[in-house]
Design a binder for this molecule. Structure first.
Ligand code: FAD
Length: 444
């Protein structure tokens, strides 16, 4: 059992899983918590440092339970409530295989007793009733799932809100070079006793939580379990009138084209993401604990915050234009602004990698976000703290669908990923980005 006075470091605590963990530690009465990050919270390197993300309860099984708990907090907890927008969400498709998946989900949600939150939209007309802003869009043959219990969350603002709450609890911080992880400190028996940062600062700790998102596989040996990838987003500036016409509309997700939601409340900027399997950026790397005589190629993020003039691949740009042309044709000639890449790290089964590292005692991994974790900001840290407190164990879990990734055995299993990247993308930045072969999970 970890004492409430234990010295706890949260590496990557300016990001999504890390700041949520620090919040739940503080709420449970832990008194000596320090957040380390490259950038001050909300970290400019965090995948969550962005205008908005889709959230909602249209998942089933264990993810359904977690998403209901998360959405409850998005709509009631004072830290999160100002940033949750309950406008509903649409998951739409024009292809038969995806329709079958969505119909299966719809039926499972009904079977779980939540039929009042979902509606099957059988055609264009039904879609337009929910989303009048798609009038004029080329959505012939589209159908899909409407979920009333969801919408979007103001992501950057929510991370900033968590950071304010952490300050009010007296959570300590170190940002910049004294907060940037370089190596673990280990005792002779191999237990983790703290962290060394890039400027040489050594932080002693009784427990270290490692939540460095897409940077994790390049920083510490995860035995090939996580694969980091980037996705892209871009924006269009709307006029006040155009923005007004989109106020309160549900989020739109299409499995082939991508997604968008309401424009930002004050700037009237509309964010757009295309949907694809992500790019990798393979770089020779030597994560802490890996074999010192080799430098395998690992997909390591190239941060937009560190390289603000990087643009996005031309293929992504044309995908985003296709999304606009199809869904919002009146905006088709509008300049596309503020393009950026955003990094996540995938598990082979798209579940979180939450476990004590099997090689180093007192080092807890909280990563493997698999591109769908921002909506879980209110609850993911609770799962980490439950793990620390021994409340999540082998064979436990939720409902009939336990979380295998919560077990130390997951890491020991060492799933080796297939070789990725077989075609160099046309890229307008200086990155050698490679399209990944695997689409594990949609990001909505
Ligand atoms: P991050 O939030 O990235 O945090 C990692 C932290 O580690 C950062 O703060 C970073 O600065 C820090 N760090 C890195 N290196 C070091 C170091 N050496 N030392 C110390 N700290 C370090 N999810 C949804 O739920 N809904 C959506 O609609 C959605 N849309 C998305 C759209 C895009 C374009 C992308 C890219 C992702 C989207 N996601 C969405 C996914 C979601 O953003 C991620 O799953 C989630 O933010 C990842 O959280 P994380 O804590 O693992 O990583």
């Amino acid at each position: 059992m970890v004492a409430k006075s234990a010295r706890i470091l949260v590496v990557g605590g300016g990001g999504t899983m890390g700041s949520s963990t620090a919040l739940h530690l503080a709420r449970r009465g832990y008194t000596d918590i320090r957040v380390l990050d490259v950038y001050e919270s909300p970290s400019a390197n965090s995948a969550g440092n962005d205008l908005n993300k889709i959230a909602g309860t249209d998942s089933t099984g264990v993810w359904g339970e977690l998403s209901i708990e998360a959405w409850d907090m998005w709509t009631s907890d004072p830290v999160f409530k100002p940033h949750g927008h309950a406008v509903g969400k649409l998951d739409l498709t024009s292809n038969d295989a995806r329709e079958e998946e969505l119909r299966g989900k719809y039926e499972r949600i009904i079977a779980e007793g939540r039929g009042d939150t979902v509606e099957w939209l059988k055609d264009e007309e039904a879609i337009l009733c929910k989303a009048p802003h798609l009038k004029g869009a080329d959505i012939k043959g589209w159908r899909g799932l409407y979920c009333s219990s969801g919408g979007w969350v103001a992501a950057r603002d929510a991370l900033a809100s968590v950071a304010r709450s952490l300050r009010s609890y007296g959570v300590k911080t170190a940002f910049g070079t004294s907060g940037t992880f370089s190596s673990l400190l280990l005792s002779p028996d191999g237990s983790c006793t703290g962290v060394r940062c890039v400027d040489g600062t050594e932080w002693d700790a009784d427990l270290v939580v490692f939540a460095t998102g897409a940077w994790s596989p390049g920083l510490i040996d995860l035995e090939g379990q996580c694969e980091s990838k980037c996705w892209v987003y871009a924006h269009v500036q709307l006029s006040p009138d155009e923005a007004e016409r989109m106020r309160g509309v549900p989020t739109i997700y299409n499995d082939k084209l991508g997604f968008f939601m309401e424009p930002h409340t004050t700037s009237n900027i509309l964010k757009l993401c295309n949907e694809f399997s992500g790019f990798t950026h393979l770089t020779p790397a030597r994560p802490f604990g890996s074999n010192p005589s080799s430098s395998p190629l690992i997909s390591v993020p190239r941060s937009h915050a560190d390289h603000p003039t990087d643009t996005i691949p031309t293929s992504s740009l044309s995908d985003i234009r296709a999304l606009i042309r199809t869904c919002l044709p009146h905006l088709r000639d509008r300049p596309i602004i503020n393009q950026a890449m955003c990094w996540c790290t995938d598990m082979p089964d798209a579940r979180w990698l939450l476990c004590e590292h099997p090689r180093w005692r007192n080092l807890v991994l909280a990563t493997g976000d698999s591109g769908h974790t921002f909506k879980m900001l209110p609850v993911v840290g609770r799962e980490v703290v439950d793990l620390i407190e021994g409340k999540v164990g082998v064979g436990s879990g939720f409902g009939s669908d336990p979380l295998p990734a919560l077990l130390p055995e997951t890491l020991a299993r060492s799933v080796s990923m297939s070789t990725i990247g077989h075609r160099k993308a046309a890229c307008s930045s200086c990155l050698a980005l490679l399209p990944s072969r695997r689409v594990p999970w949609t990001r909505s």
